[in-house]
Design a protein around this ligand. Structure first.
Ligand SMILES: NC(=O)c1ccc[n+]([C@@H]2O[C@H](COP(=O)([O-])OP(=O)(O)OC[C@H]3O[C@@H](n4cnc5c(N)ncnc54)[C@H](OP(=O)(O)O)[C@@H]3O)[C@@H](O)[C@H]2O)c1
Length: 312
């Protein structure tokens, strides 16, 4: 059910595309806490586990595909702000990185502009680069450019790798350090990462969607309080869990072969884009604003590990 533009609730309406995802549902929850009317859009609004976050349900749940331009105007109508938190980690058929992260994202930005939306927030990722050789990283960078062209004044939020209960990162490392006698590293484990708590990013996005920011910068990089090499991070997680981690370097070429062979399996937990991302440092740029500039004190992985253990 979608409100009409002159519905009184529209005064205070934010639409979150991907509002049922790992980050999206925390954005929804953070906006609801601020007494905002939230429309969450996804392809399977009723199939998702909203209760894993806060149990709060969006004010409106709308079924739509970001790749379908015909439904786009109706999904954004009456919104003061629109957030795009749609993901695509593995390409399938016509769902390509270019189609979802560049074309559909730009279509959504253009539809928002045409509907008179005040603010458009695109969730991208640290390291996005329109000139990268990696199809995923390139599409994220090209997507940012296409959105800025379609919606002048759009804000790009680039999170570092996000953590929290039901994440795909710390939870996986924690499971594997307990299970495996020797932990295989990406390369020599020297890639630098700055993991960020997903709810801190959600809070940042909700403040930006409501214009609660003192800086009018157009790009924010949201990262956690500490930078780790991947090897240090694995050891830190093992230490927090009271297990011993013996690590072994594994060349990136081996990971790429593994990801290529397994990413189309239904339960695959490794994709080529992840391997591409792990080749490059993933830390916030010092010259771009982030959580601190939005008045958010970021939480470290010790807190997150406690939450993950508590939720297990
Ligand atoms: N997770 C991380 O560590 C991380 C780090 C940096 C950046 N990011 C970025 O943050 C954003 C959110 O990531 P996430 O991990 O929260 O993703 P996620 O958990 O996979 O959630 C994706 C959301 O998008 C919806 N969606 C997917 N395809 C759609 C389509 N074609 N049309 C409409 N809705 C669609 C999904 O619901 P349905 O499947 O029901 O449609 C779901 O609500 C992405 O841009 C991602 O690249 C994530």
């Amino acid at each position: 059910m979608i409100n009409q533009p002159n519905d009184p609730a529209d005064e205070n309406l934010v639409t979150v595309f991907g509002g049922t995802g790992f980050l999206g549902r925390r954005i929804v929850s953070s906006l609801l806490d601020k007494a905002v009317v939230v429309r969450a859009v996804s392809r399977h609004p009723h199939k998702t586990k909203l209760d894993n976050a806060s149990g709060k349900r969006p004010s409106q749940q709308v079924e739509a595909d970001i790749m379908d331009p015909s439904s786009m105007a109706a999904t954004v109508v009456g919104s003061r702000a629109v957030v795009n938190a749609v993901s695509l980690y593995v390409e399938h058929g016509e769902q390509t990185f270019e189609r979802v992260h560049v074309e559909a994202a730009a279509d959504l930005a253009a539809a928002s502009r045409d509907a008179g939306v005040e603010r458009f927030i695109q969730i991208s990722g640290i390291g996005s680069n329109a000139r990268s050789l990696s199809p995923y990283i390139r599409a994220r960078g090209r997507g940012e450019e296409a959105i800025k062209a379609a919606f002048p004044g759009a804000v790009i939020v680039r999170p570092a790798v996000m953590t929290g209960p039901d994440d795909a990162f710390i939870t996986t490392i924690a499971r594997l350090v307990r299970l495996l006698p020797i932990y295989p590293l990406f390369g020599d484990g020297s890639t630098r990462l700055q993991p960020v708590y997903v709810e801190d990013v959600a809070e940042a996005v909700s403040r930006l969607a409501l214009g609660q920011n003192s800086t009018d910068a157009s790009i924010f990089e949201c990262a956690g309080p500490r930078i780790y090499s991947y090897r240090e991070l694995v050891r830190e997680i093992a230490m927090q869990l009271n297990v011993r981690a013996r690590t072994v370097p594994v060349p990136f070429a081996v990971w790429t072969i593994l990801a290529t062979a397994t990413e189309f399996l239904p339960a695959a937990s490794l994709a080529r884009n992840q391997v591409d991302l792990m080749r490059l440092d993933n830390v916030a740029a010092k010259d771009l604003p982030g959580l601190e500039e939005l008045g958010i004190q970021s939480r470290g992985i010790e807190d997150v590990i406690r939450m993950i253990e508590h939720a297990a």
